[in-house]
Design a protein around this ligand. Structure first.
Ligand code: SAH
Length: 260
């Protein structure tokens, strides 16, 4: 590492915070695909999947989503490793599923890189939050049905007072709600929305592994979706779409392709 003319630490290397898209490698951006081949190190999560990881030369792959002794690589260790590689002058790709700024700790990683004087670039990806509904025949907005869309985490317990998601406020909007990380807690947040006055007949859909060959969709209403989830055996990664737009799917199913 050398000191630049302005006294700032020069790393030589660079970090690309990149998204891999929802799963199908054809939804990788051209830019991400090029970087996966050219980078010295690719630090990836589990979500991008083997077909995408196989584009990376084997020696350059670092799986930071792997559970060693039941634990993932800690965020702190990932932050340190990114900086260390960059300081060695390497080009690093930090690869995440979907888009790197949507529930992917992209903000924390940017802050850490900035604090350490490491140049970085954000390479957007196709987020599952929009693409997942789309490939299942569900537009997240629609002139007649929804003029807004809110993407929330379903990971938090809605019955806890300190829950960061205000389900009561969400129940009061006419917009579409897309819940990521919300398979297990589905009964809790659907209940919270109904308690807050949302119509139990509101259409709901769940999409598991959108764009993967084994994509699965379950549909129902706020009241029935828990049973539909169980019947279809929906498991993570999956997202939940709540709102009138979720009902559009059944009107277009006849010609919606591919029929996964
Ligand atoms: N950065 C990612 C989201 C990471 S949070 C993005 O932009 O897509 C992880 C959650 O994303 C999963 O729990 C699931 O809710 C959702 N997810 C990611 N890929 C998915 C896919 N192919 N199909 C359905 N849900 C997906």
């Amino acid at each position: 590492m050398t000191d630049g003319a302005d006294g700032e630490a020069e790393t030589g290397g660079k970090v690309y915070l990149a998204g891999s898209g929802p799963g199908d490698p054809e939804y990788l951006t051209v830019k991400a695909r090029r970087l996966l081949r050219e980078a010295d190190v690719v630090m990836h999560d589990k979500l991008p999947g083997p077909d995408i990881i196989s584009l990376v030369p084997e020696d350059n792959r670092v799986d930071v989503g792997k559970r060693a002794h039941g634990e993932r690589t800690s965020q702190e260790a990932i932050n340190l490793a990114m900086v260390e590689h960059a300081r060695e002058g390497k080009t690093v790709v930090r690869l995440k599923g979907g888009d790197p700024t949507v529930f992917a700790r992209g903000g924390e990683e940017m802050a850490h890189l900035a604090a350490n004087g490491v140049p970085f670039e954000v390479i957007p990806g196709v987020t599952s939050a929009i693409a997942g509904p789309g490939v299942a025949g569900i537009p997240v907005t629609h002139r007649d049905h929804a003029s807004s869309v809110t993407v929330v985490t379903g990971h938090e317990d809605p019955t806890k007072a300190e829950s960061a998601v205000d389900w009561e406020a969400l129940a009061a909007t006419d917009g579409t709600i897309v819940v990521l990380m919300g398979v297990t807690r589905l009964p809790l947040y659907t209940e919270a929305l109904m308690d807050a006055g949302m119509d139990p007949e509101t259409p709901v859909a769940m999409v598991e592994r959108a764009t993967w060959p084994d994509q699965q969709v379950a549909t129902g209403t706020l009241e029935s979706i828990v049973d539909a989830r169980d019947e279809a055996g929906i498991s993570p990664p999956a997202l939940t779409i709540i709102g009138d737009v979720a009902g559009i799917r059944e009107n277009v199913l006849d010609t919606l392709e591919p029929d996964r």
